[in-house]
Write a new protein. Structure first.
Length: 285
């Protein structure tokens, strides 16, 4: 039996959102959520299309989460366009948008955080102390509020995906976490809301990330297994960028890899001007 679609709705109050999804669950509807910070691009829309295939009710969350930004990061200037985001998202069959204010998500005196101790430490966690505690906490809150059966995340934020998967497993959320492959621009640049910060010259420099990953993958396909050599091949493509890290890590545990012997993620973070970009590729021996 086909389940009738509901009228599109924007909800800002967490209690109202919880009440709405509890009604859906009582009706036996499958709920999928796509958590975002807005500034939607084609990569986000693919997440929504994926969710639409898996659920009766698709919820987009838009919330620029202050606890995952460091004191010198771009919280204040992070791109915001709620109306434009919702116009794009509705073309993908969106049912509900949850767009709360920060005061609704972090009441006065809030002091409880979720941490995934080991997975949050390396890579972006080393460069951005506290970032993944902010990520895990807000995602846990969004899960409690939207009560999904399925949640869809992009693979570009590989460490974030690993942290969320582990949190869901460890805390028995009972939610299926679905990953969506990286969506790239025609020139190979991984889609990101922060790409809007790049100048024309900066964009050319930024292409070094995808070129570096391709060079490393080609080296692995030729038989190379030494992590230092693989990392060096990727790093060599990053001329003009300020490297934060280029690392080869176990694909599940994110532990350091010295010799490629199984699935490993080659992850890059680099600054192009003031813009911090990330990209990755899973390599197999």
């Amino acid at each position: 039996m086909t389940i009738a679609r509901i009228p599109f709705e924007i909800i800002r109050d967490p209690a109202a959102m919880r009440a709405r999804v509890e009604d859906f669950r009582r009706d036996g509807r499958v709920i999928a959520v796509v958590p975002t910070m807005g500034a939607l691009h084609e990569g986000h829309l693919e997440l929504l299309r994926n969710a639409r295939k898996r659920a009766d009710i698709v919820i987009l969350t838009i919330f620029v989460n202050p606890t995952q930004f460091g004191p010198n990061e771009d919280l204040a200037k992070y791109p915001r366009d709620e109306a434009g985001d919702l116009e794009k998202a509705r073309t993908c069959g969106l049912d509900l948008a949850f767009c709360p204010e920060a005061s609704a998500m972090y009441p006065a005196g809030a002091q409880t955080f979720v941490e995934v101790r080991e997975l949050q430490q390396p890579m972006c966690g080393a460069s951005r102390p506290g970032h993944f505690a902010g990520v895990a906490t807000i995602v846990a809150k969004l899960f409690h509020i939207t009560k999904p059966h399925v949640a869809v995340f992009g693979e570009k934020d590989y460490q974030q995906l690993a942290v969320i998967r582990r949190m869901v497993r460890d805390l028995d959320f009972g939610i299926e976490i679905v990953s969506q492959p990286i969506i790239r621009e025609a020139d190979g640049l991984a889609m990101s809301s922060r790409n809007a910060y790049l100048t024309a010259e900066g964009r050319q420099t930024a292409l070094g990330l995808s070129r570096g990953l391709a060079a490393a993958e080609a080296l692995v396909k030729s038989g190379e297994r030494d992590a230092a050599t693989i990392v060096a091949a990727a790093s060599a493509q990053l001329a003009g960028a300020r490297i934060d890290y280029v690392e080869l890590r176990d694909a599940t545990e994110l532990s350091p890899v010295t010799t490629l012997a199984g699935p490993a993620v080659l992850a890059i973070a680099a600054f192009v001007g003031a813009t911090r970009l990330i990209d990755n590729r899973v390599l197999t021996s």
